[in-house]
Write a protein that binds this ligand. Structure first.
Ligand SMILES: Cc1ncc(COP(=O)(O)O)c(C=O)c1O
Length: 483
């Protein structure tokens, strides 16, 4: 087991190690990566680093101590509130990221319901099936049942279905602007009507859209309304560390007014360490992340954001058009922002095999399930690689058409099988085991070509074996049992 070195090592050598460790990481600087990273180039990164460094050791735990941090936080929240067309009553906090900004409103509305509707013993929230998994996490963490609303034919949440799901236990409604899997904006104005009529809070998850949709609108594109202009919207999450182009570790959660926000606060008055009050999930809150978020917004300005948004939209629209021109492929729904997904609706090609071919050509793409599809989260610099991407995509489709057996091997086989296993509990159990293994004594990385998985009949095998093969074996056994 690794121990801290007895004597500190040479610092240049350590920095060289750090550079070396990342050599097999995604090639985001060459713009081959289509998720996780919002990279604007080295100059912007250096600027964020300087801003972060200025506040590296500071701590926003107690807002009365580092007054500079409280100022930064207040100003980030005010700039965000005005961007989202809130009035001066809108209030909130900077959080550590999108997930925290989704967890917190669930705690808030649960506690609000406890205070105002004490008869609710088993609170429920209605979320679209496309809601980010952070909402499932919130449901688990805070004991609120996630009731899933289906989509309409355009992949937006089906408002009629939401209406039917509302009952006296419903503590909040959710819509996304846009949702992550397909980049589609839910009909927030229609959800708002339901929320107002039933006196239920409505949260908009704009983690990914919060700092791009407003600029798309400012550029003159038509978008449905989704922010504080919509009367039933009571809170919005928006991530500065996505299209706000801040350093990782900063997002915002805002509420229409303090009457909602106060249910987010935590106070404990009997701790021997003193009376403790905390506005968000974290204890220690990293000042560097706030400083970088504030600095990014100041450096970009409205016009900077508009310019980057225009590049992003140009790239996304060129990609969408180019993909729809490939006869075997089709972009799902009507994505109006910077994310989208595409599949092969008539199964002319196996979409995961196309994904494998793209990966062979160096592109890093996310795979989706229900329906099976490939995903792209477009950023401004991607504009430079649109033609290369489309050329490789056309070649990949052609290659898979010529070699249909590619659907049966490699990543295509594995992703396909995982998406199609009817017993989802089995997927959950095995992923849990593999994940636990990553944090266990051997820190075993998940390698899908050499993954450990429980025996299909439930007994632990303990040995390493191919995940795809195991799942295939499970299918065969199941079929045999049925015969
Ligand atoms: C709509 C939406 N909500 C929440 C999140 C979670 O954000 P984070 O990864 O910063 O926790 C994401 C991430 O992509 C998202 O797209």
């Amino acid at each position: 087991m690794l121990e801290i070195p007895e004597n500190g090592r040479n610092r240049d050598e350590i920095l060289r190690d750090l550079k070396d460790f990342k050599k097999n990481d995604p090639a985001y600087k060459s713009l081959k990566t289509w998720s996780l990273v919002y990279y604007l180039g080295e100059e912007h990164n250096d600027f964020l680093t300087d801003a972060y460094k200025e506040y590296l050791s500071t701590n926003g735990l107690n807002p009365t101590v580092f007054k500079s941090l409280k100022r930064l936080e207040t100003e980030v929240i005010q700039m965000t509130a005005s961007l989202l067309h809130g009035d001066r009553n809108v209030c909130g906090v900077v959080t550590s990221g999108g997930t925290e900004s989704c967890l917190l409103p669930v705690k808030t509305y649960r506690d609000m319901a406890r205070a105002k509707k004490p008869w609710i013993k088993r609170p429920e929230m209605i979320i679209p099936v496309t809601a980010h998994v952070a909402w499932e996490k919130a449901a688990e963490y805070f004991g609120v049942k996630a009731v899933h609303a289906p989509l309409d034919k355009n992949y937006r949440v089906d408002v009629k279905a939401v209406k039917k799901l509302i009952n006296r236990r419903t503590i909040m409604l959710l819509g996304s602007a846009p949702e992550y899997p397909h980049g589609i904006i839910d009909p927030i104005e229609e959800l708002s009507e339901l929320a107002v009529a039933n006196k239920i809070p409505l949260h908009v998850d704009a983690c990914v859209g919060g700092y791009i949709l407003p600029f798309i609108e400012k550029l003159g594109y038509e978008l449905p309304k989704w922010d504080y202009r919509v009367p039933g919207v009571t809170s919005i999450s928006a991530d500065t560390h996505k299209y706000g182009f801040a350093a990782k570790g900063a997002s915002t959660i805002t509420y229409r007014n303090v009457d909602y926000f106060k249910y987010q606060l935590f106070v404990h008055e009997n701790w021997p360490g003193g009376v403790f009050a905390s506005p968000a999930l974290l204890g220690t809150r990293p000042g560097g992340a706030y400083a970088a978020a504030w600095a990014a917004m100041q450096a970009m300005g409205i016009n900077g954001y508009k310019k980057y948004t225009q590049d992003t939209i140009n790239a996304a629209q060129a990609l969408i058009k180019g993909i729809n021109e490939i006869p075997e492929l089709h972009v799902i729904g009507n994505p109006q922002a910077s994310l989208f997904s595409y599949n092969s609706p008539n199964n002319d090609v196996n979409i995961f095999a196309v994904g494998d071919q793209m990966e062979e050509r160096g592109w890093q793409l996310d795979r989706l399930q229900f329906p099976e599809a490939l995903h792209a989260m477009v950023t401004p610099l991607h504009l430079d690689v649109v033609d290369d991407y489309l050329k490789d995509l056309r070649e990949s489709v052609e290659h898979v058409k010529q070699n249909p057996h590619l659907a049966e091997v490699g990543g295509a086989a594995m992703y396909g099988m995982i998406a199609n296993i009817p017993v989802r509990g089995m997927v959950r159990k095995n992923v849990l085991n593999m994940f636990a293994g990553m944090y266990g004594p051997d820190a075993k990385m998940i390698d899908f070509n050499d993954a450990q998985i429980d025996d299909v009949d439930g007994a632990e095998t303990g040995d390493s074996s191919d995940l795809g093969q195991k799942i295939a074996m499970w299918f065969v056994k199941r079929k045999n049992r049925k015969k």
